[in-house]
Design a protein around this ligand. Structure first.
Ligand code: NAD
Length: 310
């Protein structure tokens, strides 16, 4: 069905997502790609000759294809990829095209891009579609995808099929920008749990408890949750947790800081009480700047908060 596809933003997430598309789409399909870093575009084009093709701008990608996926860092990048008057996706005729933004950005920017598109190209469709599961999930093809549309959306079948090539679960979150609202609420929750979990382990261990005993207690008790076991902030409790590998793999603390701050902004905008927001923001802000934590998995907050001190 997807004879031509575009992919813009081949970074830590975008590249492995593109690999799944290139491996799984029918051989006759063509994927046009663009990134401001030319080397990564060249790398993917030589990995998949005749299937992955180089474009020189977001506009050129949009000219060549019927569906465009974007995966760039922040709202400012999404704006420029779509709205730049010379090189953006919307600087060419995108009538009838499907546009899917997987970046984690603020809901207001996403809605502004969607509005611009529906005013100028009423037959084009834009969706927010942020993902969860990290780089490892992107490589394994197990990311969860949160679509900003209703299950009854006329494009749902196409979207489910395409996004399902890159991830395990595709959830329709109800309407425009609600994929992002879901993703930001999720990361807020998991960020707060990691802080609470770090503090709970620390007080227990300082009281003389073995962390593996504590992990069993949490798993058996009412505190049971995935951060306390699979992503345990304390090293050597769960063998595959990022902490056990020196926090090297996983979800970088700076990205948690970014998502957390977007979530707190969203909470303020919708007048949600959000008493833990400032504490979380200060904690992830501090950890992102701390040389012992920077560039490591976000569960390194355990170290930032005084655990893991040897
Ligand atoms: P990244 O910085 O590794 O990659 C972003 C890519 O976008 C880079 O290759 C960059 O050159 C490119 N880019 C930037 N501006 C561009 C432009 N104007 N035109 C074309 N290309 C441009 O970031 P990432 O880790 O892949 O994250 C991408 C998005 O996914 C972010 O919003 C992030 O919050 C979200 N996300 C990341 C993770 C993760 O674990 N890394 C997990 C879930 C979601």
């Amino acid at each position: 069905e997807y004879k031509t596809l575009g992919f813009i933003g081949l970074g830590a997430m975008g590249k492995p997502m593109l690999v799944h598309l290139a491996d799984k789409l029918p051989p006759e399909s063509r994927i046009y790609v663009f990134d401001v870093v030319e080397a990564v575009v060249d790398e993917m084009c030589s990995k998949y000759p005749h299937r992955v093709l180089k474009a020189s701008s977001a506009k050129e990608v949009a000219q060549q294809v019927e569906t465009v996926i974007t995966m760039v860092p922040e709202g400012s990048h999404v704006r420029s990829v779509y709205l730049d008057p010379q090189t953006g996706v919307c600087s060419t005729d995108i009538s009838n095209k499907l546009l899917i933004d997987c970046s984690t950005i603020d809901t207001a920017t996403s809605l502004a891009v969607k509005d611009h598109i529906s005013q100028n190209f009423p037959t084009a469709s834009f969706y927010d579609s942020p993902v969860s599961g990290g780089v490892v999930g992107a490589i394994k093809g197990t990311i969860a995808i949160f679509l900003g549309c209703a299950e009854s959306d006329p494009n749902m079948e196409r979207l489910r099929h395409l996004m399902g090539l890159m991830g395990k679960e595709v959830i329709a979150c109800g309407g425009p920008s609600l994929g992002l609202a879901a993703k930001l609420s999720n990361n807020y929750l998991s960020g707060i749990i990691a802080i609470a979990c770090s503090e709970a382990f620390d007080m227990g261990m300082r009281s003389g408890l073995d962390p593996r005993v504590l992990a069993n207690v949490y798993a058996a008790g009412t505190a049971q949750n995935t951060i306390c076991d699979r992503f345990c902030p304390v090293p050597n409790v769960y063998p595959d947790a990022p902490s056990t590998g020196g926090y090297k793999q996983g979800f970088k603390v700076q990205l948690m800081r970014k998502d957390f701050s977007l979530a707190v902004d969203m909470a303020r905008r919708v007048e949600s009480k959000n008493v833990l927001g400032q504490v979380g923001l200060d904690t992830y802000d501090g950890a992102s700047k701390d040389p012992r934590c920077r560039d490591l998995d976000s569960r390194v907050v355990y170290r930032y908060l005084g655990g893991d001190e040897d």
